[in-house]
Every structure is written in C-alpha cells, then in structure tokens.
Design a protein around this ligand. Structure first.
Ligand SMILES: O=C(O)CCC(=O)C(=O)O
Ligand SMILES: [Fe+2]
Length: 339
C-alpha cells in the first residue's frame, strides 16, 4: 500500500468508511450521491496527510503560473492546459511518483476544479467557501483601487458605505457599463474556472459588483438580495474578517429591525481574501446580515465553517466585493438613441 494511502487510512478512516459505505449503497449514481463524503475525505486528507502538505509547499511557483495564465485568459480557461499539466507533473514529482501523463479527464473533459469541493458541508445547500482565494498582493491592489475611486462614487448609508460598479440596478433594468479590469482580472478567471455562474444561460460571468465598506462596529441588516439578481452571489472579502448570519425567511415580516435571536439559523466566519458563493435555496430561503459589532466572540455563535478554534476576533475595516449577475439590462445604444 502506498504511503499516502496509509496516511489517509490512519488519519481519515471515518471519512473513508462513510465514503465507501455511500458508494456501496448507491451503485448507480455514487458519483453524485456521495459528493458530500468525497469532499469530507478530501478535506481531511489535505489537512492531515504530509504528502499533500509537501505538494502545496513545493509547487507554489507552478500554482502561481497556473493562476497567472487563468488571469490572462479569463474567458477561455482551457488555454491553460499546459500550465495545468505542469502543475500535475509537479504534484506527482513532489509526491515522489514516477511521471505519467495527466489523467485523461483533465484534458478531454476539461474538468477543472469542481465547485462542490468547497461546499460548506454543515450548511444548507448551496454555500461554497474558499480561503485565500486571492493573494495578499491582489488584496492590497484591490483595496488601493477601491479607495482611489472618486468621492462621488461612494454612497454613504447609516451603517456602511458602498460603490456600484457595472451600473445601478433599477426595477426597469440596469444601464450596464463594463466592469473595470482591476475588479475582473484577479477574480473572473477563477470564477470561470469553478463555473460559479455557469447555470445562468445568458451570462457566464457577473456584470455587476457592489463594493461595501464596513468600519469596525458596522454591519448590514438581515435582508434578501431581491429579484433583480440571478440567484448566485460571489463575495470576495478584503481587509478584515466578518461573521455573516443567516436567518429563517419566515421571520422577515415579523418585526423588521428587531430580529429575535431564535430566528438565527447559523453563522459563517468570512476571512479576508476568501471567496463565498451562495446559490439556490440558501440565496432564496434565508435572510443574511452582519451584526453591528466591533468584536466577534466566536464561541458564542453557531459558526459552522470554523475548523480551528480561532478565539475572539477584533473586527477591522472590511471591504466586500459582491459580484452578481443583473439579468435585466438596458443596452447603452438604446439609451443613447432616446436621449
Ligand atoms: O458584505 C457582505 O459580505 C454582504 C453584503 C450583502 O449582503 C449585500 O450587499 O447584499
Ligand atoms: Fe445581501
């Protein structure tokens, strides 16, 4: 038995067992039916198996090259097959295995990374969370650009400030403007790669980004994002962590502004540089909000995605980039003709 497998058996026997049992019980459709167990096994292996840790350390430059290529080929990530192959070879080498060709499905089916790998297991479907989605340098660049925006770009609300990029969504539609490249370049290639917005037939990538700035102590009331948007939202966080709370939808009309704590269903710890994707039922059937506080006492919250005990966290200034698809757009050319 190879050493990696031995380590997986040693550290992740429970996850391996559950996955095997699921496969046995679902002989026809185990590929789909057992996704959850496969992700749990992957997660355990990544955290505990030396070889996988070593691969991460050894192949960082190849990983960066792959990322760069994806950035340059936002709309066509298949162009990065060469870099993907190099990454595959590096991981094989780092693991001390004899080089072989990439597994055929990488090339033929262009199966890049399955978003389901990042599904938050204990959350209702569908929430996906990826830590270190952007680098520290990219985070800095994005923050510089957000703060370089002209003053009138900011809309100041009671509990936060915001900027609209791509246009301002209105009931009759959004007069769409292209998103600036500083927003799309670090984010879009990876969204395309994960096929985050692929279920939406008309657009495959977002056409709107809401930038929210919360200083410590600020937040956002429980709300739903509304029908203007295609029901997928991808949020990149910059600068500080926050805790995002989810409430039962049925309380939305109860006593607005005074959500009693019983309606809170669960919370997610959102770290800086992470990506959070919310889709489907989680988007439609729950309200989400951020409590106005300057410190998060994590032990008091039902935070379902914190694997390690991070203790209490002081909030700093957080900037979130919320990427969405606004489906109803008014073409600029039509608008120009009328005016
Ligand atoms: O800042 C966040 O992560 C949440 C923002 C949000 O919910 C919104 O803008 O609708
Ligand atoms: Fe929202």
């Amino acid at each position: 038995m190879d050493q990696t497998l031995e380590e997986v058996v040693k550290h992740c026997s429970q996850q391996l067992d559950s996955y095997q049992r699921c496969i046995e019980n679902n002989p026809q459709d185990w590929g789909v039916a057992c996704l959850k167990f496969r992700s749990e096994l992957n997660k355990c292996a990544e955290e505990n198996v030396t070889e996988l840790k070593r691969v991460k350390a050894k192949c960082s430059s190849v990983i960066a090259a792959f990322d760069n290529c994806l950035q340059k080929n936002q709309k066509d990530p298949e162009k990065c097959i060469k870099e993907l192959k190099q990454l595959y070879h590096c991981t094989e080498e780092a693991a001390g295995r004899k080089l072989s060709s990439p597994p055929p499905e990488i090339v033929d089916n262009k199966k890049f990374i399955d978003l389901s790998t990042f599904q938050i297991q204990s959350a209702p479907p569908s929430a996906y969370y990826i830590e270190e989605y952007i680098s520290v340098d990219e985070e800095k660049l994005l923050l510089d650009k957000v703060y370089a925006a002209p003053k009138p770009k900011w809309v100041t609300l009671k509990n936060r400030r915001l900027q609209n990029w791509g246009g301002i969504p209105k009931d009759r539609g959004m007069l769409s403007e292209p998103l600036p490249s500083w927003l799309t370049e670090p984010v879009f290639p990876r969204l395309a790669f994960l096929k985050v917005f692929d279920k939406c037939a008309a657009h495959k990538l977002p056409n709107h980004c809401l930038v929210n700035e919360y200083i410590s102590g600020q937040g956002i009331m429980p709300h739903e994002d509304g029908p203007s948007y295609y029901p997928t939202v991808a949020t990149v966080s910059l600068g500080s962590h926050t805790v995002l709370d989810f409430y039962n939808h049925r309380y939305q009309n109860a006593d607005k502004g005074n959500m009693d704590s019983n309606s809170l269903v669960f919370s997610l710890l959102i770290k800086p540089r992470s990506l959070l994707v919310l889709q489907d039922d989680l988007y439609k059937s729950y309200l989400h909000g951020i409590e106005e506080r300057s410190k998060d006492v994590l032990s008091e919250k039902n935070i379902i995605n914190a694997v390690e005990d991070v203790g209490d966290l002081e909030r700093g200034t957080r900037v979130s980039l919320t990427f969405r698809i606004v489906e109803k757009v008014i073409k600029a050319s039509l608008f120009n003709r009328r005016t």
